[in-house]
Write a new protein. Structure first.
Length: 318
């Protein structure tokens, strides 16, 4: 079990209350410097709330956070640009840069604290691991990291906890369209959801680290589009290649019903509804000039005269 850094490492806090987590800096308490006390941590609805859907097109030097953690996320490296993809605006995330958030030592996102990460992503074709949001640190021990990904690796393509904390999508994340992806941890179960439906889960005890491994034991920041190395420097080896419209981070684990309800509430602007009820989703009909999301008759037509209806072509992926 990790212990807090010694005074020689310039971290001057009294010991946190014991018996409520695997880390002495438990998710259930925060240190209030003005009082010199550890007090129960407040529960916030949404700590991070980043939304690019209403931003003007072009580079974004700083991404404003509407969540209770406050502050803004400045670009590190080349700022991502707002682009419109399938009628929705988002940030075109690449390896050239990422967004740096605040540190999370005084939140419920560390140790074995409950958490939810939700994002709207449009990824043309996934690589092994494409970081959406990360905090904690890479390099171990097991479950010290917290990296949420829209990737395809069969072990850690969805969540990189490091070692035993890893989780994959089981092939259930979507590409070439907008995809609502969610990660939750309730203190004992780690789970991934795609478009409101459970994709994978496992029983695990996370222990997301708060500090880097340097002599100063600096608090680790939250990053969008990159992760933390063990020494707190940025790790860019698993960059995104997707468009990112929205990101939310909660310090509670949303229930499956809450996740599905949020998806149903937000899906229509992202093209995941079916306005004409013909079985072809709007995003798919918007891809082709011979289809109309408001014409229910086009699903039964055979545009290429191969004996298969447009609906059947969609169902077969041909």
């Amino acid at each position: 079990m990790k212990t807090k850094p010694s005074p020689a490492r310039k971290v001057r806090r009294p010991s946190a209350p014991r018996g409520v987590g695997t880390s002495p800096f438990t998710h259930a308490f925060v240190f209030v410097a003005t009082l010199g006390l550890w007090l129960p941590a407040p529960r916030a609805n949404v700590l991070v709330n980043l939304d690019a859907t209403a931003l003007p097109e072009g580079p974004v030097e700083t991404w404003a956070n509407a969540g209770t953690l406050g502050g803004s996320f400045p670009a590190v490296g080349t700022p991502a640009s707002v682009v419109t993809v399938q009628n929705v605006k988002g940030l075109a995330m690449t390896s050239a840069g990422h967004y740096l958030g605040p540190t999370v030592e005084n939140t419920g996102l560390v140790g074995s604290g409950a958490r939810t990460i939700a994002a709207w992503v449009n990824n043309p074709a996934g690589s092994d691991f494409e970081t959406i949001v990360a905090w904690g640190r890479r390099g171990g021990p097991d479950s010290s990291n917290n990296s949420f990904s829209h990737g395809v690796h069969p072990v850690w393509g969805g969540f990189g906890g490091w070692g035993a904390g890893d989780l994959d999508w089981q092939g259930r994340n979507a590409f070439g369209r907008w995809n609502y992806v969610v990660y939750t941890y309730d203190g004992s179960t780690s789970a991934l959801y795609s478009d409101g439906v459970l994709a994978n889960s496992e029983e695990i005890t996370l222990d997301t680290w708060i500090y880097d491994n340097t002599d100063n034991a600096n608090p680790l920041p939250l990053r969008v589009g990159a992760a933390n190395n063990a020494d707190g420097t940025v790790f860019t080896g698993e960059p995104p290649s997707f468009t990112l419209a929205r990101v939310r981070v909660h310090d509670t684990a949303l229930t499956p019903a809450e996740i599905l309800a949020r998806f149903e509430q937000e899906k229509l602007p992202f093209g995941l509804g079916d306005a004409d009820g013909d079985g072809l989703p709007d995003w798919y009909e918007n891809l082709y000039s011979f289809l109309d999301p408001n014409n229910p008759a086009d699903a039964a037509l055979d545009f290429d005269n191969d004996g298969l209806s447009n609906l059947r072509e969609f169902e077969l992926g041909t």
